[in-house]
Structures are given as structure tokens and as C-alpha cells.
Design a protein around this ligand. Structure first.
Ligand code: NAD
Length: 250
């Protein structure tokens, strides 16, 4: 059976674990050749082994998304290993839960560097290579925290809002070159970011306030990313795909 990403090459930042790893696995299953970049080298190599064991093609590259040189290196690794690049998923991110007064300038700058500057640098260095391939798809992982206020996580919310609008800016600029750029807005998804970063009581309240009554899984987000990465979404650019169990519908 034909894969939904047959013949495509994808680079996923933050691909060692969580949603990025789930995306790598789904992409490889659907026929893509995958480059996973992360700062967690052991986990990243393990995820690549799991993809290969399942019959997929994948390589791991050390990629700190705050470092411009490492982005150049990661894009080159895609071309060196697999000949081209068709898909970029800007997935790497960090969560800080402090409100405005508790957010130190150091926390603020770090969250901006990873979640916002990282996305900018990824697009900046992938776009020339996507252009060479005749176009492509970029998926930027924002959050429902980029759509509505949640009353904490000031720096995180600022970056996820920035990712939403930077996505639209880039989508308009590059549409003529057949480079589609969309954002994904997950609700609370059960990954280490949440199990280690959000208080269990707050998770329970959030779950109760979610129409579908539960947290989402990394695979449920990966399926949305797969749609945006594939040609099935060929008329979609500059859009927001919200995967939140109905939380922002209320
Ligand atoms: P996670 O913590 O499991 O994964 C994040 C990954 O990003 C990790 O592998 C981490 O090592 C990597 N990363 C962190 N800093 C990096 C850096 N400087 N360079 C490269 N990689 C780096 O969490 P996740 O839930 O899989 O998060 C994936 C994305 O989804 C993030 O952008 C996050 O903000 C977003 N998101 C998560 C949720 C949720 O509820 N889990 C909700 C909305 C959005």
C-alpha cells in the first residue's frame, strides 16, 4: 500500500521523545525518510533505532534549536543522507509555568530562544532547501496557549502566540513558491513536558474542563502533523489546526 509520505524527506526538531518522536514514527511508517534533531542524544538515537527496527529510514542529528550553526548542520544532514528536504516540523519546545511577576528575565529569554527563535531559525534555514525541492510543508507546533490566555506560563504563552503569527507571515510570503506553512495547537497532551511540568491537580481540572474529558496523546497530535505534512492538505496554508479535545470551542 502506498504511504502518505512516500518519497518525502522530513526534519523534526525535538524529535527524541514525546510528540516529536511520535511524529517521526508515523512519518516513517508512511514512507518518509526522517531526520530527528534534539539535544537529548541518547533518547534521539534510541528513537531512531526503534524506527529502523520497524523498517523505517531515519537518522539522528544533535540540534540545539537556539544555535544557528546547528540548524545549518541539520538541514545539510537531511540533504547529505537523503538527497533533499520536503518537510520541516518545528516541534522542539520547553514549558515554564510562571506568571509575569515570577518570570525572571533569564527564564523569559530562554523560553523565547527555544520556542520562538528556534522556529524562526528552522524556517530560515530550511526554506532555501525546500525551494530547491520545488516546495514543501512546514508545520510549526504552537499550542492552545498561543490562542487563549491560561493565567500563567507568561513566557510560554508569548512564544506560542508568536509562533502562530510568524506562521501566517511566512505562509503569505512563501505561498507562491509552493511552500505551505501551518501551525498546530495541541491542548494538554500526555508527554513528559506535562507529567513533569504541570501539577497533577491542575491537570485534573483541565481534563474536567475539556469537552472530550481527557488529555490527548502524542500519536493524536502526530496524526494531525501527518495531514499537514502530506499532499492531502495541499490547499491549506497559514492555518491553525487545533487538536485540543474541544477545550477552546467553549
Ligand atoms: P517533550 O518535553 O516530551 O518534548 C520536547 C522535546 O523538545 C524534547 O525532546 C526536548 O529535548 C526538545 N528540546 C527542548 N529544548 C530543545 C532545544 N534547545 N533544541 C532542540 N530540542 C529541544 O514535550 P512534547 O509535549 O512532546 O512537546 C512538543 C511540542 O509540543 C513543544 O513545542 C510543546 O511546547 C508543544 N506542546 C505541548 C503540549 C503538551 O501538552 N504536551 C501542548 C501544546 C503544545
Amino acid at each position: 500500500m502506498a504511504g502518505r509520505l512516500d518519497g518525502k524527506v522530513a526534519l523534526i526538531s525535538g524529535g527524541a521523545r514525546g510528540q516529536g518522536a511520535a511524529e517521526g514514527k508515523v512519518f516513517a511508517r508512511e514512507g518518509a525518510k526522517v531526520v530527528l534533531g534534539d539535544v537529548l542524544d541518547t533518547e534521539g538515537l534510541q528513537t531512531v533505532s526503534e524506527i529502523q527496527a520497524a523498517g523505517g529510514s531515519a537518522v539522528y542529528i544533535h540540534l540545539d534549536v537556539t544555535q544557528e550553526g546547528e540548524w545549518k548542520n541539520a538541514v545539510s544532514a537531511a540533504v547529505r543522507n537523503f538527497g533533499k528536504l520536503n518537510i520541516l516540523v518545528n516541534n522542539a519546545g520547553i514549558l515554564r509555568m510562571e506568571g509575569i511577576e515570577d518570570t525572571t528575565l533569564e527564564i523569559w529569554n530562554r523560553v523565547i530562544a527555544v520556542n520562538q527563535t528556534g522556529v524562526f531559525l528552522g524556517m530560515k534555514h530550511a526554506i532555501p532547501v525546500l525551494r530547491q525541492a520545488g516546495g514543501g510543508s512546514i508545520i510549526n507546533i504552537s499550542s492552545i496557549a498561543g490562542l487563549i490566555g491560561v493565567g500563567a506560563a507568561a513566557a510560554y504563552q508569548a512564544t506560542k502566540g508568536a509562533v502562530r503569527i510568524l506562521t501566517k507571515c511566512a505562509a503569505v510570503q512563501y505561498a507562491k513558491e509552493n511552500i505551505r506553512i501551518n501551525s498546530i495547537h495541541p491542548g494538554v497532551i500526555t508527554t513528559l513536558m506535562v507529567t513533569q511540568g504541570i501539577d497533577p491537580e491542575a491537570r485534573k481540572l483541565f481534563e474536567q474542563a475539556t469537552p472530550l474529558g481527557r488529555e490527548g496523546s502524542a500519536e493524536e497530535i502526530a496524526n494531525g502533523v501527518l495531514f499537514l505534512a502530506s499532499d492531502e492538505s495541499s490547499y491549506m496554508t497559514g492555518a491553525e489546526l487545533v487538536l485540543d479535545g474541544g477545550y477552546t470551542a467553549q
